[in-house]
Write a protein that binds this ligand. Structure first.
Ligand code: ZN
Ligand code: ZN
Length: 375
């Protein structure tokens, strides 16, 4: 029943370009074409699926929406409640439109329909997951339309009756001097109806609590703090009202090695004083799981940055990647042996301003500064 991922349907990667999509579509459409598979219902279904996938992905805007929200991008008010079917969704969407058009407002009056609450779901993913993108299954505790009474709140076979206090208007009037005051009916709280025989499954609320599994499409390159809206996947409405929305707040777990800045990654690597001085090389892991070699030239200073082009995060809706920057720190050796001390002392005696132009320059500026003070 779960809808297959469009990229999977076409058998292409998430960053497939227009050409790759088109050729994948041609291949699949030929394979499942009804002319080639007469009377094969499964092939026909696949043919439809392939067409739908291609229709969506060939359109830049639709593709962007799909990358962000998955199938939810094209469903409105879709209750996940299994057999509820699309009739119910269609009904609630239509009613929304009518309410908006005719300014019935709030959905509280008349039928007592009430929109379900929006839900928030916090989802933490790793940097590696954000790098490759993935489909995450999440369990959402939510209230859904009661199956027993289809959301009416009334026991099957019975139906809500018009409120006798207000005659179904939801409001009562009271004359007070010259004025007529109108207020919400206290008997039915403005619904205009009372449920004399409440549904036993939901106690008359029209909804019950259930755990639902939703699959959420996390596109490669997604940023920390992204909010994904799944329309209609929030709490079910009251008495057949429209469902609320589900918001997924996405955060990235801090990574041990890499810091992220947009599409670029940063990695600090400590190297020894001798490697920095004499030159050398080291391997760094990259977020795609491979390694890259960094060559350290002779005389590398602390804080020097090396760029590994294209080794950063994917840039959404493009086939490009950011870069990875390796920042080296030079580690001062500690716990020296006597012999090491002697070698360094000897080195110190041999060295001159030529070896340390930066500090030589700095101390000559200090000298000028003090001389000027005295003048
Ligand atoms: Zn019920
Ligand atoms: Zn009433």
């Amino acid at each position: 029943m779960a809808k297959r991922d469009f990229y999977e349907v076409l058998g292409v990667s998430r960053d497939a370009d227009e050409k790759a999509l088109k050729s994948a579509y041609r291949k699949m459409a030929m394979k499942y074409h009804p002319d080639r598979n007469p009377g094969d219902a499964e092939a026909e279904a696949s043919f439809k699926e392939v067409n739908e996938a291609y229709d969506t992905l060939k359109d830049d805007q639709k593709r962007a929406a799909y990358d962000r929200f998955g199938h939810a991008a094209f469903e409105n008010g879709g209750f996940g409640g299994g057999g509820a079917g699309h009739g119910a969704d269609f009904h609630s969407t239509m009613s929304d439109i009518f309410e908006e058009f005719f300014g019935m407002g709030g959905g509280r009056r008349g039928s007592g329909r009430e929109r379900g609450a929006d839900l928030r779901y916090n989802l933490e993913i790793t940097l590696e997951e954000a790098f490759s993108g993935k489909t995450v299954e999440i369990e959402v505790p939510t209230s859904v339309t009661c199956e027993t009474c289809s959301g009416s709140g009334a026991k099957p076979g019975s139906s809500p009756t018009a409120c006798r206090t207000c005659g179904g208007a939801g409001r009562v009037r009271a004359a007070q001097g010259f004025f007529t005051l109108e207020r919400t009916c206290p008997s039915c709280q403005g619904r205009g109806q009372v449920i004399s025989d409440p549904c036993t499954s939901c106690g008359g609320a029209g909804r019950t609590t259930q755990e639902r599994t939703l699959s959420v499409n996390i596109p490669a390159g997604i940023e920390d703090g992204t909010r994904i809206r799944l329309a209609g996947e929030g709490e079910a409405g009251l008495r057949g009202g429209p469902a609320g929305d589900l918001y997924i707040f996405l955060s990235l777990k801090p990574h041990d090695l890499f810091q992220r800045d947009g599409a670029d990654l940063y990695c600090r690597v400590p190297i020894s004083m001798t490697t920095a001085t004499l030159g050398g090389q080291f391997d760094v892991p990259t977020v795609d799981g491979s390694t890259s070699r960094v060559k350290v030239p002779e005389g590398t200073q602390a804080g020097k940055q090396f760029r590994l082009r294209g080794k950063g995060m994917p840039i959404m809706r493009s086939s490009q990647h950011g870069d990875m920057y390796i920042q080296v720190t030079v580690e001062t050796p500690t716990n020296l042996t006597k012999r090491q001390r002697e070698l360094l002392a000897e080195f110190e005696q041999e060295s001159s301003g030529e070896n340390h132009p930066e500090s030589a320059g700095f101390f000559s500026k200090v000298k000028d500064f003090i001389d000027n003070l005295g003048a």
